[in-house]
Ligand binder design. Sequence first.
Ligand code: PAF
Length: 281
Amino acid sequence: MQIVSSTTVLQEVLQRWREEGKQIGLVPTMGALHEGHLTLVRRSVAENDVTVVSVFVNPTQFNNKSDLAKYPRDLQRDAALLEAVGCDLVFAPEVSDMYTPEELDTPFEFDFQGLDKVMEGKFRPGHFNGVVQVVSKLFRLVEPRKAYFGQKDFQQLAIIRHMTRVMEFGLEIVECAIVREPSGLAMSSRNERLTLQEREIAATISKVLFECRTFVPGKSPAELRAWVETQIDAVEGLRLEYFEIANSNTLQSALSWDEPTVGCIAVFCGDVRLIDVIKCS
Ligand code: PAF
């Protein structure tokens, strides 16, 4: 496995692979890898001739600068995990390899057609501009045949699908199921910041989501929203930011179970912000 930081060296390796007719899979990450990421990498290794994993804490998608500063970084640990699951190349650029100073200073413009105005986008203004900026750069650099993303970031996935269509990247976006800890807590790099007690409390989030699904179609989407809000509010140590039952395609509030729907939640456990998703109908 090679670890490459320069885009020039990356292009040389990719060029050689393309000349050899190899199909390239890409797994974009920000490092701090856990089993959820490794599942994406294993899938890419199984479905492509070579797999590139990018490890880049993208500054342009952080609207909260202290979150960016606190983001865990340990390339050696990540590289060891990636080598063990068969990754061929780790692309770990510096910020200056990815962005010009002008790009860092200017918000990235993109027509989201409303997909960025709800849920995460409402609470993290500018976040998805940064995500689209970096993922489109990675797609251009690597030109993968398939790129792998986790369902936990459901809104991100919908936006990347939209971007892939609009920018005509001609690659397949592969959606991978959420990997959960035995308690049900969705795996996330942020879980590392939870104390043992907070981890137990945070496990309630998925329990509430699993239970709420059992009320479909008996309760309406509006009733279910209210039920989940009450359940989370009753747990000491959790602070609900939002729970939404959204149309899986448009991400707008769902009105009935005849639409394809997902329940999306963001909750603070202590000062750690956690998200989770459940398919409802
Ligand atoms: O999901 C993430 O880890 C990031 O948003 C991504 C897709 C790697 C872009 O920085």
